[in-house]
Design a protein around this ligand. Structure first.
Ligand SMILES: Cc1cc2nc3c(=O)[nH]c(=O)nc-3n(C[C@H](O)[C@H](O)[C@H](O)COP(=O)(O)OP(=O)(O)OC[C@H]3O[C@@H](n4cnc5c(N)ncnc54)[C@H](O)[C@@H]3O)c2cc1C
Length: 561
């Protein structure tokens, strides 16, 4: 059914305080990004929906959060926690306990829409500094109270869920300062709860704030940049949009300080040592399972936006785009910062959604860049001026040799405007029962086409319940390809309330990769991070390694049994 001039009534109102919606809504409560008209038409076409399906919203989560679940801690335990951080930094109300127990997985959003509340902490505590964290962990360890850390809560693997109750420790409320910039070492010492934009702005303004000669950038820009924290990046081993050049969170950590149930420690000031395994590396990506990160020293980079060289190309085919990308990465002339190729589906969808003029479309087709074959590549090069010129020139040469045409910088500039805002559409689509999600799978070049083709084939079904497309990004240090799959689904209810179900397991991708794909960023720490708590699914490699290290005897390389 099609109505004249119909537009869905996308929500334009900030969620009321205290409601479920105010917990699951992404980003700024007052900011929205609605699907464009083209996007709306595409959804109707691909999901076989009509305007009538967009007349009534469902499960918007406007109900106030009421839980009626008494805390399992004793009044004396609560008093002890208050004595450490001050009564104003301890919360027992339903809303706080739910808010700080939830991350941003699709499953969590679906549950909150329905007013389903899973595990929550018994109390929420906001430490003021690392000394508070140490005292809380000491106390909780003695009392056997689990602790789960919450920073910005953009976790996409249930990492903030206090699976066994206890304390939700919110590190972003107070522990959010840039403590020091060392121009000599080119590092920044920062508290874990500092949000991306505040960190980047302080580094850009380092001459004014820290009396440095140069301006700096953090180099780490995940899509969740605006609503995630430096500590969150490190403990989830995040990767960002410019990681091909700057490295991902693994590469940019110099040293870390942790509070654990068995004591506090700081790794060496410098990351390179000849004695391994490096504790610095073991702790990165540990999602709080091994301890609580209370300070981190990060590598920083010269901020020189004036040298940025932007590029975009249209390749005739996905094969040509992948081949060119591999050559670019393996030629050793330098690396781009941002580098993305959209596959045939994402390119086609993107061109339609962002409204490419018909004349450009026709001229591309005339030159052999056909719909559902052509692939868009966009990116930039950052760094010193001579470097950015050289790398951009070489990239262009390789792209042309693989049959691409240059589209200039327009597409990149357009992408830059929306690089962090796409997730805002989740709420609009969810209001009408449509799910949108992303999965990343690290892959090797020799398995890339198999994975990509396999997932595509599974989704080319006549029923049209899923829409799938993919994008390729590249990660250091081995310049490993990373495939992002985007999925839209018009049957979210199939998975709601069943978190072990089809959606979470992504069986279609698991069929093609081994080990399993990483779901931004780690699937293995599903049980959260109470000290002493085990990760999901039995001992991991790291647990096994740490346990066997206990049996080490000086003079012997290993001991079995
Ligand atoms: C829309 C969207 C886009 C995203 N895009 C990206 C992306 O491009 N790249 C990417 O890598 N990720 C991405 N993510 C995932 C998420 O943003 C990252 O994992 C981010 O690094 C988490 O940071 P946070 O501050 O929100 O941490 P939280 O979500 O608060 O915590 C994450 C995990 O770390 C633990 N933790 C947090 N702080 C500490 C600490 N100080 N000590 C010990 N444990 C701690 C928590 O218990 C939890 O297990 C995205 C998420 C969303 C919702």
């Amino acid at each position: 059914m099609k109505f004249k001039h119909f537009h869905p009534d996308w929500t334009e109102k900030a969620p009321a305080p205290g409601t479920f919606r105010s917990i699951f809504k992404y980003g700024d409560p007052h900011s929205f990004k609605h699907p464009s008209d083209n996007w709306y038409e595409m959804m109707k076409r691909e999901f076989h929906l009509s305007d009538a399906d967009f007349l009534k919203k469902q499960e918007e989560g406007h109900a106030p959060v009421i839980m009626n679940r008494p805390t399992a801690l004793t009044p004396s335990q609560i008093e002890q926690l208050k004595a450490v951080v001050g009564p104003q930094n301890v919360a027992l109300d339903d809303y706080s306990r739910v808010k700080f127990a939830y991350g941003k997985t699709t499953e969590e959003m679906l549950e909150l829409r329905q007013g389903i509340i899973r595990e929550v902490a018994d109390v929420v505590v906001h430490p003021r500094d690392k000394h508070d964290v140490r005292k809380i962990v000491e106390y909780c360890n003695a009392e056997r109270i689990p602790v789960t850390v919450f920073s910005a809560g953009s976790s996409v693997n249930f990492g903030c869920r206090p699976a066994k109750g206890g304390v939700s420790l919110v590190v972003s409320t107070h522990m959010n300062k840039l403590l020091e910039v060392s121009e000599l070492n080119q590092t920044a010492r920062v508290q874990p709860g500092m949000y991306g934009p505040a960190y980047e702005e302080a580094l850009n303004r380092a001459p004014e704030l820290f009396n440095t000669q140069h301006r700096y950038t953090c180099g780490h820009f995940p899509q969740s940049f605006e609503y995630s924290t430096v500590g969150g990046w490190v403990v989830t081993l995040g990767s960002g949009q410019a990681s091909t050049y700057y490295g991902d969170a693994y590469d940019i950590v110099f040293s870390q300080e942790y509070v654990t149930p068995v004591g506090t420690f700081k790794t060496l000031d410098f990351p390179a040592t000849a004695t391994g395994p490096k504790i610095n590396d073991i702790m990165k990506g540990s999602e709080g399972v091994f301890g609580i990160l209370v300070e981190v020293t990060m590598k920083i980079f010269r901020y020189m936006p004036e040298n940025r060289a932007r590029f975009s190309f249209m390749y005739p085919t996905w094969e040509a785009a992948v081949n060119a990308s591999r050559e670019i990465m393996q030629s050793e002339f330098g690396k781009p910062a941002i580098y993305r190729i959209s596959d045939q589906e994402e390119t086609d969808r993107g061109l339609k959604l962002y409204g490419m003029p018909g004349i450009v479309d026709a001229s591309l087709a005339l030159r052999g860049f056909l719909p559902m074959q052509r692939c868009l590549c966009l990116g930039n090069v950052e760094g010193d001026k001579d470097y950015t010129r050289l790398v951009a020139r070489k990239i262009k040469r390789i792209a042309h040799r693989h049959g691409a045409i240059s589209l200039g910088s327009y597409a990149v500039r357009k992408w830059e405007q929306t690089r962090y805002t796409e997730p805002y559409m989740r709420e609009d689509l969810g209001d009408y029962g449509i799910l949108i999600d992303t999965l990343e799978a690290g892959v090797t070049w020799d398995n890339l086409h198999r994975l990509h083709e396999g997932v595509r084939a599974l989704h080319q079904r006549p029923a049209g319940h899923h829409v799938h497309d993919a994008r390729l990004a590249l990660l250091p240090p081995g310049d490993q390809p990373l495939l992002h799959f985007h999925r839209q689904d018009d049957r979210p209810r199939r998975v709601s309330g069943a978190p072990e179900g089809d959606h979470r397991q992504y069986p279609e991708v698991r069929r093609f990769v081994k080990p399993p794909p990483r779901r931004r960023p780690h699937d293995w720490a599903l049980d959260g991070n109470a000290p002493g708590q085990r990760t999901n699914g039995g001992p991991t490699g790291i647990e096994t390694a740490l346990r066997s290290a206990q049996y080490h005897e000086p003079g012997r390389s290993a001991r079995i049994g």
